[in-house]
Design a protein around this ligand. Sequence first.
Ligand code: GLU
Length: 522
Amino acid sequence: MTKERRVRVRFAPSPTGPLHIGGVRTALYNYLFARQHGGDLIFRIEDTDSTRFVPGAEDYIIEAFRWLGIQFDEGVSFGGNHGPYRQSERREIYKKYVDQLLDEGKAYIAFDTPEELDTKRKEVENFQYDASTRLQMRNSLTLSKEEVDALIADGQQYVVRFKIEPGRDVHVDDLIRGDVSINSSILDDKVLYKSADQLPTYHLANIVDDHLMEVSHVIRGEEWLPSAPLHVLLYEAFGWTDTMPRFAHLPLLLKPVGNGKLSKRDGDKLGFPVFPLEWHDPQTGAVSSGYREQGYLPEAVVNFLALLGWNPGGEQEILSMDELIKLFDLSKCSKSGARFDYVKGIWFNHQYLLRKPAEEWVPAFDQLLREQGIESTPEKEAQVVEMMKLKVIEYTDNEGNKKKRNISFISDLWPLCRFFFVAPETYDKEDKFVRKNWKETSAQEMDELIGVLSALDDKEFTVEGLKDMVEAWCEATGRKPWNAWRVCLVGAGQGPDMYELASFLGKAETIQRMERAIKELK
Ligand code: GLU
């Protein structure tokens, strides 16, 4: 029986490249679970496969979680007293446990070369290294102790294999999937250790570390479910069943459209990132886009990911980290895959962006303006944000379809906001809005309006001041100057309320733009 114990969970990536968004969700669920139970979240680096090591990946992963606000309690770069937390620094520890299994006859040494294994595979259909074949192979079960010792002394490379007893039902008690059982006969004698690099394989290191680090729950992606029965057998072999962690295998993230699991190619095709941060591949130099650089807010990404494969029930979708921590429930995670609805991710960003006061948009907006060679003030920029944040933009998706959406990124503002900072240089007479709204009488009308506006001094050039004055004039004359006035100030059929716009531009700029339009469009 497993007794109540301190909740300790871990996120244990292999540093083989940038962290995939599915890995981010796994870490997030571990974080929510740990926080909910007042437990610990460990960050372990599983780097026993040196052939797949990618420089920079570890720092990238740490930076991604820092950005997302997912905090670890111990592990690589965080410290703690169960370290070292990088598996490549734990060789001696693993060796001891490998020897234990060898001494107890639960594992054996195998000398078969890759060529010998290939020959065997050609000879025997569906060859598997297991109870039915191990006695035909070159290993410590078929060779004498002297022969084995001599081969090792001679420097022959070997692996250590786990001796799996066939014909047993192995049960994995999964918090999401319930009892998952398989027959041990379908498992092969997995390699646990390789003399060539003196490192254990993932399976052994993973189990030994979870045990030594007192991990209580293993929450990880569904792709690891096939390994779980082997892991259960390893716990048994070591005599650790009493403290074996509870398992929870999370649903796969599926493609936005079509079948199969989400891949980087889906992101490239449809135009959304599959990595939290931009990644610069050190080998190829290729750059993959990241949520941060695309202008997503970390809170929005967290909220979006949290609901991929789990939901608390009820209508509320906007949930803060604290609310997620309170509500999270592994037993409510779905067993079937979760479709990666990236459009929903954009919606979340829109929602979170709108909840931010305009001042918080300013630094990024200012940056954008600077890239366009425009200098403005934080006050002006905040005003523009206020006026424009509820607008809709038109865009072309990666498949060439014209679409509309709410402003969802700060960068969406620029194409909508240019005229606030730059006067229309020329007036496009072919523009639909201009053609329709600049009439025979418009020049005369705008001339009159200039007269009306001139009566206001700079201080009176406010939304209220303009409104009183212009509306009085409209009433008296029956004029409807709005669209022609918009042509003057914007040069197109977009922008905020005209009083807001004119007061933003100020008296001099407003009148200048009007005079210019009259001249150009005459
Ligand atoms: N190193 C594995 C990975 O890259 C860890 C799997 C597990 O959590 O057991 O995901």
